[in-house]
Ligand binder design. Structure first.
Ligand SMILES: C[S@@+](CC[C@H](N)C(=O)[O-])C[C@H]1O[C@@H](n2cnc3c(N)ncnc32)[C@H](O)[C@@H]1O
Length: 237
C-alpha cells in the first residue's frame, strides 16, 4: 500500500486499490510537470500534493457515490482537482470546466496521457455559458476553492437535473456565507443535504456542503455573466 492509500484508509476509511493509486499518483506527477511551465497549482512538493490535492479531493468520494447516476462536472477545475481524482475513483463520465483555455487544454492532454480520454471531456469557458448550452444535464457537480457558497449554488443550479447534487469543498466558510446560502435555497431550487467537517492528515480542517436540486429556481438563471460571483444572491427579507 502506498502513502496515499494509507492516508485514505487511516484517516477517512476509504479504500484505494493499487491500480487506482498508481493512476492518481501519475495524475499528480503529470500536473506537477505541467506546472513547471504553467501556473496550475501553488503546491510544489509531492507530499503537499498527496495531502492537499489527492487526499483532499478524495474526501468528496462518498458524496459523489450517493449522487444519482449520470454526468459529473468539476466547476472551476484549475489543475483538475477534485475532478480528475474523482473520475479515476468513480469511473463517471466527467467534464472539467474552466474559463482559462490553456489550463483546460493542458488538462485534456493529461487526461489523454493517463488513458482517461474516453471518460474525461473538457469545457473551456464560463460556467454561466455552459449552463445555457447544457441546462439540467448533470447529476453531480463539484467545486473547490472557486467561490462563496451562494455563488456556487447559483452557478450550479441551472446545470443540475432534479435530484442532482452539488458538492462544495470549503476550507473556512464564514458564518455569514453559510447563513446566506441557507437563505437562498428556495430561490435557486437547492436544499442543503449534508454539512460535514473533517480533518486532513496534516491536521487542517475542511468542510463539505452537499446540496440537492429540489426544483426549478424561482428566478431566471443563469443571470448575466459575472453577477453570481460579483453580486451574489441574498436572502429576501
Ligand atoms: C482557485 S482555482 C481552484 C482550482 C481547483 N478547483 C482547485 O481546487 O485546485 C479557481 C478556478 O476557477 C476558474 N473560474 C473562476 N470563475 C469561473 C467561472 N465563472 N467559469 C469558469 N471557470 C471559473 C478559474 O479560472 C480558476 O482556474
Amino acid at each position: 500500500m502506498g502513502r496515499l492509500a494509507e492516508l485514505m484508509k487511516g484517516y477517512h476509511g476509504i479504500e484505494v486499490k493499487e491500480d487506482r493509486e498508481r493512476l492518481l499518483m501519475d495524475d499528480l506527477h503529470a500536473i506537477m510537470d505541467v506546472n513547471k511551465t504553467m501556473n496550475l497549482t501553488r503546491i510544489l512538493s509531492e507530499e503537499g500534493g498527496i495531502v492537499l490535492h489527492l487526499e483532499d479531493s478524495l474526501t468528496g468520494l462518498p458524496y459523489i457515490g450517493d449522487a444519482p447516476e449520470g454526468l459529473y462536472a468539476d466547476l472551476g477545475t484549475g489543475g483538475g482537482f477534485p475532478g480528475i481524482p474523482l473520475c479515476i475513483m468513480t469511473g463517471r463520465k466527467t467534464l472539467l470546466v474552466d474559463s482559462v483555455k490553456k489550463k483546460v487544454a493542458a488538462l485534456d492532454g493529461v487526461a489523454g496521457n493517463l488513458g482517461l480520454g474516453d471518460l474525461i471531456d473538457v469545457y473551456a469557458g464560463r460556467i454561466e455559458d455552459l449552463a445555457k448550452e447544457r441546462k439540467g444535464q448533470f447529476s453531480v457537480l463539484t467545486a473547490r476553492a472557486l467561490s462563496s457558497l451562494p455563488s456556487l449554488m447559483e452557478l450550479a443550479s441551472p446545470l443540475l437535473k432534479k435530484g442532482g447534487r452539488l458538492i462544495c469543498y470549503k476550507a473556512q466558510p464564514t458564518g455569514e456565507e453559510i447563513e446566506n446560502a441557507l437563505g437562498i435555497q428556495e430561490i435557486v431550487g437547492l436544499r442543503l443535504e449534508c454539512d460535514q467537517t473533517f480533518r486532513l492528515s496534516d491536521d487542517s480542517t475542511r468542510r463539505i456542503f452537499v446540496f440537492e436540486k429540489t426544483g426549478a429556481p424561482r428566478i431566471k438563471l443563469p443571470r448575466r455573466i459575472g453577477l453570481a460571483q460579483k453580486d451574489p444572491l441574498r436572502p429576501r427579507s
